[in-house]
Structures are given as C-alpha cells and as structure tokens.
Design a protein around this ligand. Structure first.
Ligand code: NAD
Length: 296
C-alpha cells in the first residue's frame, strides 16, 4: 500500500517518521522546504504538490493547521479528490470543526473516495513516541480498514461514531481541559495567597474531589509536577495559542448548535488575553500568571 502524507509539521513530520520506521512507503508534501528535508532524510519520497503525493496513494493522511487548509488540500482547484483512485482511504488528523470534515467527506463520497476524521491527543511527544490517541469518526468498515495504519502512529484508537464525531470528541475534551486548567490555577493561587504551602494544597486536591489532569499531571504551580511545563518556565508544552484555537472551535460549534457554553466562552477570552500579552507560545497552564502579582 502506498501512503501519502500531507502536512509534515510538528505533528505530521513525527507521525510520518513512525510510518517510515515501520517500512511503509510514504509520499509526502508540505509547503515548508525544511519539513520536506527532514522527511527526505528519514526515507520519505518528497513530492512537489498534494496531487503528486496523492495520485499513487491507497491511503492519504492529512495533518494541517486549520479547516481552510484541509478544504484547500481536498477540494481546492488543485485538490487531491480530483486525482485519488476510487476506494482510496483518507484520514484527516488535523483539529478542525466537525462540519468541514463532513463537507469534505460528502464531496469525496460522490467520487467513491472515503474520508474520515481522526484528530489526536498526545501532542508532539506522543507523535514522536507513536503513542497518540486517535478519535475516529468513520463508518465501521472504514474504521476497521484504517486501524492498521493508525496503530503505527498511536496507542489508543477510539471509534467515536460517524464522520465528524472524532472532531466533536476532540473539541469537547479540550473545552473541559481549558476550563479545568483555569479552575486549578485559580484554586492554587488563592491557596498560596491565603498561606498554605502549594505542595500541601496540591496533595489535598489530588486526593480529594478537585482532582483532575490539570491538578495531578500538569499542575500550573511550578515544581508540583517535575515533568510538567510549569517546572520549565512553561516551555515545550501545549501552546496557549493551540488551546485558544480549540476553544474557538468549541465556541463556533456551540453557536451553530445554539447550545450555551458559558464557561467555555469566558475562558476563551482569558486565553485570548494571554496571547495578546505575548504568551501565545507558552504552555496553556501559564494562565496561572494572570492570578499572580509576579511570575511564580
Ligand atoms: P504545524 O504548523 O507544525 O504543521 C502544519 C504543517 O502543514 C506545516 O508544516 C505547514 O507548512 C503545512 N501546510 C499548511 N498548508 C499546507 C498545504 N496547503 N499543503 C501542504 N502542507 C501545508 O502544526 P502541528 O502542530 O503539526 O499541528 C497540526 C494539526 O494538529 C493542527 O490542526 C493542530 O491543531 C493539531 N494538533 C496539534 C497538537 C500539538 O501539540 N502540536 C496536538 C494535537 C493536535
């Protein structure tokens, strides 16, 4: 089977490397010459357009920044749907809104091409280690067909339902994460101000009902978790601008569905403010700095 990989950035580059390590033949394209150089050095076949990569492919994986790039790559003037073989399997792992992938899948279906969504969690570390979680939106037979490829790049492969449901799972999870991080930051900062040792406070929270991933794995207070971004100046984590992007998708989806997400809209604005203040590249747990007089 020939695989085309389009979008060889921080995530896609590492995912493609895992396919190459498993002796798959991978045809790749990216707009960035640097990304292509790294891909070539790992044994990938560099192509000069998405169509050139896709035309010989049985399986296509796309890992692009946002919905407009996904629409362009699949549906645009030089889009890949025009050249793919009937029966090809396309997996979009970008984080985008559910409606966009449904639109792409519907256009593909008319050409007997299968498109599904499989956004990921696990970040760049998970992409490098091949331990990503894939949240898949696909018909059951397509889910079965793509599993062998996803298992070369990830550890947990979850079937969420029909096309679009992978994106729904991803944006709802990150909505909860964005809110829970603000809640933990607020509680940790208040506790410290009132005079409790932050480590003692984290210990209580993590054995009580306030416990969550934001408190026990990625606590925003520096030094609570030795491997958390807070312990290294909030570097090399899940960037605030990516959290802002995902919250934007949740707010947009909620608007379309006429479903209130009160806290989601509020914390979106908090992360927006952080980005505006020059902290877009810091891990999103750095939101705690909004609650402190000076850097902790
Ligand atoms: P990135 O910006 O590092 O990579 C995206 C790549 O797509 C870039 O190399 C860019 O040149 C390329 N690209 C853009 N338009 C293109 C086009 N028309 N044709 C070919 N290539 C094109 O981003 P990333 O961190 O790899 O993230 C990719 C996706 O994964 C995003 O949707 C992001 O939200 C999601 N995601 C990222 C993380 C993370 O921790 N970085 C975690 C989970 C999900």
């Amino acid at each position: 089977m020939n695989i085309a990989f389009i979008g060889l950035g921080n995530m896609g580059g590492a995912m493609a490397q895992n396919l190459l390590k498993a002796d798959q033949k991978v045809f790749g394209f990216d707009l960035s010459p640097k990304a292509l150089e790294q891909f070539a050095a790992s044994g990938g076949v560099v192509c000069d357009s998405p169509q050139a990569a896709a035309k010989q492919a049985d399986v296509v994986i796309t890992m692009l920044p946002a919905a407009k790039h996904v629409r362009e790559v699949y549906l645009g003037e030089n889009g890949i749907l025009a050249v793919l073989k009937a029966g090809a399997l396309c997996i979009d792992s970008s984080t985008i809104d559910p409606q966009s992938i449904k639109d792409v899948a519907a256009a593909a279906k008319a050409k007997h091409i299968n498109v599904c969504d499989a956004p990921v969690s696990g970040g760049t570390i998970g992409a490098q280690a091949g331990t990503l979680t894939f949240m898949v939106g696909a018909d059951e037979p397509i889910f079965q067909a793509i599993q062998p490829y996803l298992s070369l790049m990830g550890k947990n492969i979850v079937h969420c339902g029909d096309v679009g449901t992978g994106q729904i799972a991803k944006i709802c999870n990150n909505l909860i994460l964005g809110i829970s991080m603000v809640a933990v930051a607020e509680g940790m900062a208040l506790g410290a101000k009132l005079g409790i040792d932050p480590e003692a406070l984290a210990g209580v929270i993590n054995s009580s009902s306030g416990r969550c991933w934001s408190s026990d794995v990625c606590n925003p207070w520096p030094g609570i978790n030795a491997n958390a971004p807070a312990a290294r100046g909030y570097q090399d984590g899940f960037a605030t601008q990516l959290m802002l992007k995902d919250l934007g998708l949740a707010v947009e989806a909620a608007e379309q569905a006429q479903q209130p997400i009160l806290l989601g809209g509020f914390v979106q604005q908090l992360y927006q403010q952080r980005c505006m203040q020059g902290n877009a590249g810091l891990d999103f747990s750095s939101i705690i700095q909004q609650y402190l007089p000076a850097k902790v």
